[in-house]
Write a protein that binds this ligand. Structure first.
Ligand SMILES: [Zn+2]
Ligand SMILES: [Zn+2]
Length: 430
């Protein structure tokens, strides 16, 4: 067997012209449909259907020999040689595939319909019976109510999709038309209107999604315009100098209750912020614009939105809080104790003791949990400005004197002793 490169490319049966079909229907509407006319159209449709089936099989790995019709299996590689075992035809799959281009050979899921037409058309004898078969085939390609978007009317007839659909809608029917055609037409129309309904719904859905997206973008833009925060803005840490002044005055016996309240309220607000951030990392995101709390996972990608219109993302929130020392780090019980006790404390002494306990608490904490010393040291630096070691030194250097609020010096001695012990242990370990 000699190989001839692309001896003949496959030739595909052409689509039918609308005018030819229209003439057939006009004949039927006038009550005189002729065998010859029906058979001419039928023959051409059979050829076209054969091409649709062959093209569909070809792209699925079973090409039909253009010379003898034998099946040639292939793996769909462009340079693959297709060699017919039934005749001498040979060619590449690339050239074969090229011949399919621009031929409107879309079969979709209509293989059963087309196979039925090809297998049964010849069995019908009268012109009217055959016309019904043609009519059914044409309208199956038009009316696919169950599969919106899969309209392949242009696989059989020339013209653009909308034109062909329009054409099928305006085919001539008259009082003398084949009665079965009239009955079936109503049936097709039902399918068409169903498809139209589905299309409308899908279009509306798509419009709604676009509207939602626009709205989301607008809200985001608004948030940016208003310089809206990606999350509640945390209260900054308390400056060292304010606390230093409070202790300096206290050691001199000057009990400045306004200054103490200022420090206490600042600490309350700061702790509140830390608790908000702690809850946020646990999925309870506080809206910065209204009192609501939104349930959201900060690690998920999607937007985090509140009913009030605020929109943010987990990423933006995480970035916003990064490096701001807003982790509770195990100090939650002490924070909560201060939150509940300070607002109800009466008198300078009671309040001063609470503040003193709070800011020195991390020493207690450290003594209890030696394994988490780094975190506990950060505990004080979460409340007071400065690096962890600066805050430690600052607390060590706070002024105490005989005139200091009763109890403070004693408390201080306790944690100093502990601190000395801890440092010794530190040294032993290191
Ligand atoms: Zn062959
Ligand atoms: Zn809100």
């Amino acid at each position: 067997m000699s190989l001839h490169p692309d001896l003949t490319a496959p030739e595909w049966a052409q689509r039918l012209r609308q005018t030819d079909i229209r003439k057939l229907y006009e004949q039927d509407a006038s009550g005189r449909v002729e065998d010859a006319a029906v058979n001419a159209i039928g023959t051409r449709l059979l050829a076209r259907c054969g091409s649709l089936l062959a093209a569909d099989a070809a792209v699925r790995g079973k090409a039909e020999c253009p010379q003898c019709g034998c099946v040639i299996k292939h793996d769909s590689r462009g340079d693959e040689q297709l060699v017919c075992s039934g005749c001498s035809w040979a060619g590449t799959w690339g050239a074969y595939r090229q011949s399919l281009k621009g031929q409107n050979l879309r079969l979709g899921n209509l293989r059963p319909v087309v196979e039925h037409f090809v297998g049964h058309f010849a069995h019908f004898r009268t012109a009217r019976e055959r016309l019904i078969q043609i009519d059914f085939l044409l309208h199956q390609f038009q009316s696919r109510g169950d599969h919106p978007g899969e309209v392949f009317a242009t696989s059989l007839l020339e013209g653009k999709e909308e034109d062909v659909e329009q054409f099928l809608e305006t085919l001539e029917y008259g009082e003398r038309s084949t009665s079965e055609l009239v009955r079936m037409r109503a049936h097709y129309r039902e399918g068409l209107s169903q498809r139209e309904t589905v299309r409308k719904k899908e279009k509306e859905k798509a419009r709604q999604i676009r509207r939602d997206q626009k709205e989301m973008i607008r809200r985001r833009a608004d948030a940016v315009k208003a310089d809206g925060p990606p999350a509640p803005v945390p209260t900054p840490r308390v400056p060292q100098k304010v606390i230093a002044r409070l202790y300096y005055l206290d050691a001199k016996g000057i009990y400045d209750e306004d200054l103490l309240d200022e420090v206490g309220c600042h600490l309350l607000a700061r702790i509140e912020s830390i608790m908000v951030v702690t809850r946020t990392t646990h999925g309870q995101v506080k809206c910065p614009l209204c009192p609501k709390v939104v349930e959201a996972n900060l690690l998920s990608e999607g937007p985090i939105a509140c009913d009030c219109g605020w929109v943010s993302t987990g990423f933006a929130i995480r970035e916003f809080y990064k490096g701001r020392r807003l982790t509770a780090g195990g100090m939650e019980p002490y924070y909560e104790e201060f939150l509940s006790s300070f607002p109800h404390a009466c008198g300078y002494r009671a309040k001063m003791v609470l503040v003193d306990q709070l800011i020195h608490r991390f020493h207690d904490f450290m003594a209890q949990r030696e394994d988490v010393m780094t975190r506990s040291r950060a505990g004080a630096a979460n409340l007071i400005e400065g690096k962890a070691w600066e805050v430690n030194d600052f607390l060590d250097g706070l002024t105490y004197d005989d005139n200091s609020t009763a109890g403070l010096a004693a408390v201080r001695q306790v944690w100093r002793n502990r601190l000395g012990r801890d440092r010794q242990e530190d040294g032993n370990v290191g």
